[in-house]
Design a protein around this ligand. Structure first.
Ligand SMILES: Nc1nc2c(ncn2[C@@H]2O[C@H](COP(=O)(O)OP(=O)(O)OP(=O)(O)O)[C@@H](O)[C@H]2O)c(=O)[nH]1
Length: 334
C-alpha cells in the first residue's frame, strides 16, 4: 500500500511571512526530487501569490474568506482534485492570514476520508514586530486573541521578521509564545531562512493541536458570515475585512507611494499587482503595518492588475476614492 501524502499547513497572520516560507519549502522539495502541490487560501477575491510563485507547481486556490468561513467542504475536495490530477508526494497549504489553523486541520482530516493524506505539520508564522506591538498595545484585543489562537494551534512556530526587533526582544517574544504553547518547536528567523528543515524534516505524530484546544470564547458565532453551508464554529475574525480593487489604468508610482504612506493604521495589509505609468514590467505591492515594498515582477501567466486591502474598520469608500484619483491622474498620460 502507498504511504499517505504528507500535508503541511502554513498559517499565521497577514504579512507574517507565510508565502516567503512557502517559496523556500517548494524550492527545498523540488530540489530533493519531490513533487509538491500547493493549496492557497486567501481572504480576498484574488490569489496574488499563486501566479507569481517562481516555481511551476500544481496549485489550487480557495478564495474569499478563510477555511473556517468557506466551510471545510471545499478543502477536502480541492485536495482530492490536486491528488487525482497531479499525484503530488507532498501538499503545502497556505492558510489565509485570518484562519485559525485548527479549521484547516479539520479540513485535512476530512480530506483523509477521500484520499490517503496525512497532516504532518501545522506551522504558524508569527511576525516578531507585530507580536511585539500587539503585546504592548492591544493585550486581550481581538487581534491579540487571533494571534494567540494561531500560535496555540501550531506544532511549530516560526518567529519571523526577527530583523525588525532586537535580540533581547526576540527572546522575550519567544518566551511569550512558549507561555501560549508549551509543546511547540519555536524558531526565530529572518525571511524564513533556516526554517525549512524544521518544517519538512520533522517526524509526524507530534500534533500539538490535539493538546491545545482553542478557548471557547474564540469561537463565537460570526453573524456577518453569509457563506453557506455555515460551519458550527467560526473563528472571531469578523472584525477584519478585505477590499479588492481592479485597476482600470496605469498609475503614477510617486503618487502611489504617497498613497501607501498615508494609509490609515486600520489597514494592516495591502497586496497587489500594479502597472506604473512608463514601466514595461508590473510591480508587486507588499505593505504590512506601515512598511511598503514595491518590486518588479514578470509573472509566468496573465495576471490581474489588482490591489487588496485588509484591515479593521477602514472606509472602503475612502480607499475607492483615493484609488480613483490615482487612476484619473493618469487619464492625461500618454
Ligand atoms: N523585514 C522582513 N521582511 C520580511 C521577512 N519575511 C518576509 N518579509 C516581507 O514581508 C512581506 C510579506 O511577506 P509574505 O511572505 O507575503 O507574508 P504572508 O504571511 O504570506 O502575507 P499574507 O499572504 O498577506 O498573509 C513581503 O514583502 C516579504 O518580503 C523578514 O523576516 N523580515
Amino acid at each position: 500500500m502507498t504511504s499517505p501524502v504528507p500535508v503541511y499547513v502554513l498559517a499565521g497572520f497577514l504579512g507574517s511571512g507565510k508565502t516567503t516560507l512557502l517559496r523556500l519549502a517548494i524550492d527545498a522539495l523540488v530540489q530533493s526530487g519531490r513533487r509538491p502541490a500547493v493549496l492557497i487560501n486567501e481572504i480576498g477575491d484574488v490569489d496574488i501569490d499563486g501566479p507569481i510563485l517562481e516555481r511551476e507547481v500544481p496549485r489550487a486556490e480557495v478564495l474569499s474568506g478563510c477555511v473556517c468561513c468557506t466551510g471545510s467542504g471545499d478543502v477536502p475536495l480541492v485536495i482530492e482534485k490536486l491528488c487525482t490530477e497531479h499525484n503530488p508526494d507532498a501538499i503545502l497549504i497556505e492558510a489565509s492570514g485570518v484562519a485559525n489553523p485548527l479549521s484547516i486541520v479539520d479540513s485535512v482530516t476530512d480530506a483523509s476520508f477521500l484520499r490517503r493524506v496525512e497532516l504532518v505539520r501545522t506551522i504558524t508564522v508569527v511576525s516578531a514586530p507585530q507580536l511585539s506591538a500587539t503585546l504592548r498595545s492591544h493585550p486581550e484585543g481581538k487581534l491579540f486573541r487571533l494571534l494567540r489562537d494561531q500560535a496555540r494551534a501550531a506544532d511549530t512556530i516560526i518567529l519571523n521578521k526577527s530583523d525588525g526587533v532586537g535580540r533581547e526582544e526576540s527572546n522575550r517574544l519567544q518566551l511569550a509564545l512558549r507561555e501560549w504553547n508549551a509543546g511547540a518547536a519555536i524558531a526565530s528567523t529572518e525571511y524564513g531562512r533556516g526554517a525549512v528543515p524544521l518544517l519538512l524534516e520533522a517526524k509526524p505524530g507530534r500534533m500539538n493541536h490535539r493538546r491545545f484546544k482553542p478557548l471557547p470564547i474564540l469561537f463565537e458565532e460570526n453573524a456577518s458570515c453569509s457563506l453557506s453551508p455555515p460551519k458550527p464554529k467560526h473563528a472571531t475574525h469578523s472584525f477584519l475585512k478585505a477590499h479588492t480593487h481592479y485597476f482600470r489604468a496605469p498609475i503614477a508610482r510617486e503618487s502611489f507611494e504617497a498613497y501607501l504612506a498615508g494609509l490609515p493604521d486600520q489597514v494592516y495589509r495591502v497586496k497587489g499587482i500594479v502597472r506604473f505609468k512608463g514601466d514595461d514590467t508590473l510591480s508587486l505591492v507588499q505593505y504590512c503595518y506601515g512598511q511598503s515594498h514595491l518590486s518588479a515582477i514578470r509573472p509566468r501567466q496573465a495576471v490581474q492588475e489588482v490591489i487588496v486591502h485588509i484591515g479593521e474598520g477602514f472606509s472602503e469608500e475612502r480607499i475607492e476614492e483615493a484609488l480613483a484619483e490615482l487612476e484619473n491622474e493618469n487619464t492625461n498620460w500618454k
